[in-house]
Ligand binder design. Sequence first.
Ligand SMILES: [Zn+2]
Length: 159
Amino acid sequence: MTAWRMLKNRLPTCDNLRKMKILLNDEESKCFECGMQEESINHLFLICPKTDEVWNEVQKWLGVATVRPNHFEKHLGTFTSFGKEKKIRNLLLAIWVGCIWILWKKRNERRFSGKEWNCKNFVLEIKIRLWSWNRIFEIVDDGMDLEVWCSNDLICKLL
Ligand SMILES: [Zn+2]
């Protein structure tokens, strides 16, 4: 599972490839989105300006505001701490894992196919994909329709 591999810092990001002497060139190991820093787990999923914009939009959707730690496990801990109830925490965990998974997918599409993406479409994709996941996990009542699910301040609507 991607999240597990990531927590072990084992995704083939550029910094990890460099450690294995696979990418040697400074330019080749830079983030494909911003080109400013070496691509690492923390940069790709938490720090990159484009990723930061994604998390801002996701927090707007959920209706939660916080400073986001730059450390992977702390980021997850803070993100799920918004849920006082277990079912909300499970939902936040699913959303967090979903975001990481789609960020990795977008990174690979950009890296290998040159396909660009934007933050607005990313957040829409997250909402729609997770709508089906969350139905499976029965976290949200069956009565909630997609329009309400996609609207901002989601957590308030679930309480
Ligand atoms: Zn970047």
